[in-house]
Design a protein around this ligand. Structure first.
Ligand code: C2E
Ligand code: CA
Ligand code: CA
Length: 562
């Protein structure tokens, strides 16, 4: 299958090369007799003709007519022949139109100026008509050859566009790469195709490959470092071709070696300005080998398919690398312990006596803790971060009042998955712990969560965080019957002046007390809020009114310990 000749999608020729022969020749000369002489010769040779007596008139003709060749006198009234050539070259439609200039003077400067302006050819007057006809024919032949190449090229490219439309897009870059590689080796008779991604540590790894021995394969090897460096260095500068053996690819990958290549064209895959991958296509020399045109075609295919890949897989590759980058950054923060614990007192509302401290984490780079824990969860490092924060808290609060509990935060998922580890961390060394269940997402498996809590031991009590912030927290309270529920700051803020908040807090308190759960009001900032809480019968509170979160050592000093 792979070595099949390309399957053309559209057989309709884009430009009919035979048409070039039937196009009229435009003769531009202010001398009617000279025009007549050339016209007669051309007609005899089987060409059609158009005529113009000035440069302006010629430009007007070319606005509406398509011609095969322009034959133009250099010396014209008003616009010179050379100026006319310049303005034709500026227009896309006539940029490659063959132009033969005729000059009466044997002046080299005129010849040079004409060629500089973009003329293709030159004849001195009086021109031998046989030579003029021969040159017209030669230019038409070249044009026809070009249009053949162009037509082939356009056909291949329209195939690419078609393939892009037909590809089943996948969010998984490997799958998209397989689809593109399969497409590419079926559409063109290439000996080797490789799609590689740039990993976040600057290495390159294959997503999909094709070689005649193994066929199309998903995944692949990581390139040796110096090969990756070479490829990435070149890719940043754009697509290129390597002649194998002569330079560059001195150390090809093994899937590459199996293909026994002579030429490899490579093109970068981008998302925005980020280089995220590389597409390489390899070819073996054969009898139809014409090095230059083979190189051009290979390169064109690589560029086309790399842009297909940029469109369909670029952002997924970029996103993956970003995720890997985030993970690397987070792992570094964990390893270097770039965070510390602060504690905030939890008090009895009536007496202001401290009953416990909540441990909160501060990251050295200033990232808010809820943001950091959320990104850690996205990078599959949620539990690692939460456990590290708890270890840090326990290491840092050794000097705090023995009679108070230490309240730590953990997500239900980490608690379930890491119950045994947490049990080891929270060993009963005479200290009481409270575990605050963060997150407001519904929990599916309450029995499992209850079992995890029981594992921790009798010296560990349970709290449900942010009660009243959503329905899930009420469900947690009902299902888990925790020792504490933390009344969310959204219910506490301004509670002294708000009947509705008071009613809600009172109802929640009543409901909690019925199951032996005591409320801790969060975020209490004013004495008025504290008084309102006391009137509602809420026992405990936490907030700036009683103390900002601070280093454990500062609290120990303030309380006269140490
Ligand atoms: P949270 O557990 O609800 O923590 C209470 C938040 O309210 C803390 O924000 C605290 O600094 C802030 N706060 C305390 N008193 C007041 C007050 O009077 N007024 C106001 N406006 N705010 C007050 P923080 O430290 O930024 O933590 C935010 C969230 O990040 C925490 O919410 C918790 O969900 C999470 N978090 C913090 N540290 C940890 C940790 O070590 N582990 C886990 N799993 N989550 C943590
Ligand atoms: Ca909390
Ligand atoms: Ca809270």
């Amino acid at each position: 299958m792979p070595h099949q000749a390309s399957a053309p999608v559209d057989e309709t020729p884009v430009i009919d090369p035979s048409e070039a022969g039937t196009l009229p020749i435009l003769i531009v000369d202010d001398d009617a007799a000279a025009r007549g002489l050339i016209r007669m010769s051309l007609l005899r040779a089987g060409f059609g003709t158009l005529e113009a007596a000035s440069g302006e008139a010629a430009l007007a003709v070319l606005e509406t007519e398509t011609v095969g060749v322009v034959i133009c006198d250099v010396v014209l009234p008003e616009m010179s022949g050379i100026d006319m050539v310049r303005s034709l070259r500026r227009r896309a439609e006539t940029a490659t139109l063959p132009i033969i200039l005729l000059t009466g003077s044997g002046n080299d400067d005129t010849v040079i100026a004409g060629l500089d302006a973009g003329a293709d050819d030159f004849l001195f007057k009086p021109a031998r008509m046989a030579e003029l006809i021969a040159r017209v024919r030669a230019h038409l032949r070249t044009q026809a050859a070009w249009s053949h190449i162009l037509q082939d090229e356009l056909r291949v490219r329209s195939g690419v566009v078609h393939a892009l439309g037909a590809l089943t897009l996948s969010q998984v870059p490997e799958e998209t790469a397989v689809a593109v590689v399969t497409e590419l080796c079926q559409r063109t008779a290439n000996a080797f195709v490789s799609v590689a991604q740039v990993t976040d540590d600057g290495r390159m790894q294959e997503l999909a490959t094709f070689n005649p021995r193994d066929g199309v394969q998903q995944g692949g090897e990581t390139f040796p470092a110096d090969l990756a460096d070479y490829l990435l260095g070149r890719a940043r500068a754009g697509p290129w071709v390597d002649e194998v053996g002569s330079r560059g690819l001195a150390e090809p990958t093994s899937s590459f070696r199996k293909a026994n290549l002579d030429l490899v064209a490579s093109a970068p895959i981008f998302t925005g300005d980020d280089l995220v991958g590389l597409l390489s296509i390899g070819a073996v020399a054969d009898d139809t080998w014409s090095s230059r045109s083979r190189q051009a075609r290979l390169l064109a295919a690589a560029i086309d398919y790399a842009s297909v890949l940029s469109a369909v897989a670029g952002s997924a590759l970029g996103g993956r690398r970003e995720a890997a980058g985030l993970r690397t950054r987070l792992e570094r923060i964990l390893a270097a312990q770039e965070f510390h614990t602060v504690v905030q007192p939890i008090v009895e509302v009536e007496t202001r006596k401290i009953i416990g401290y909540e441990a909160l984490t501060r990251f050295d780079d200033g990232t808010p803790p809820d943001v950091r824990f959320a990104e850690a969860t996205r990078a599959e490092l949620g539990a690692a971060f939460e456990l590290a924060a708890i270890r840090m808290a326990i290491a840092e609060v050794g000097q705090l009042v023995a009679g108070a509990f230490l309240s730590i935060n953990i997500s239900p998922r980490s608690l379930i998955e890491q119950a045994d580890v947490l049990r080891e961390i929270l060993l009963p060394n005479g200290r009481q712990f409270v575990v605050e269940l963060t997150e407001h997402v519904p929990i599916e498996d309450y029995p499992e969560l209850r079992a995890a809590v029981r594992k921790l031991g009798d010296h560990v009590q349970l709290a449900v965080d942010d009660a009243g912030a959503g329905y899930a927290s009420l469900r947690h309270i009902l299902e888990l019957k925790p020792s504490y529920a933390k009344l969310d700051v959204s219910l506490v803020r301004g509670i002294d002046a708000d009947d509705l908040r008071q009613a809600l807090a009172a109802g929640l308190n009543y409901f909690a007390l019925r199951i032996g759960c005591r409320l801790i009001a969060e975020g209490v900032e004013t004495q008025a809020e504290a008084d309102a809480l006391r009137r509602l019968g809420i026992d405990f509170a936490q907030g700036y009114l009683y103390g900002h979160p601070g280093r454990a050592a500062d609290f120990a000093l303030a309380s006269g310990l140490r």
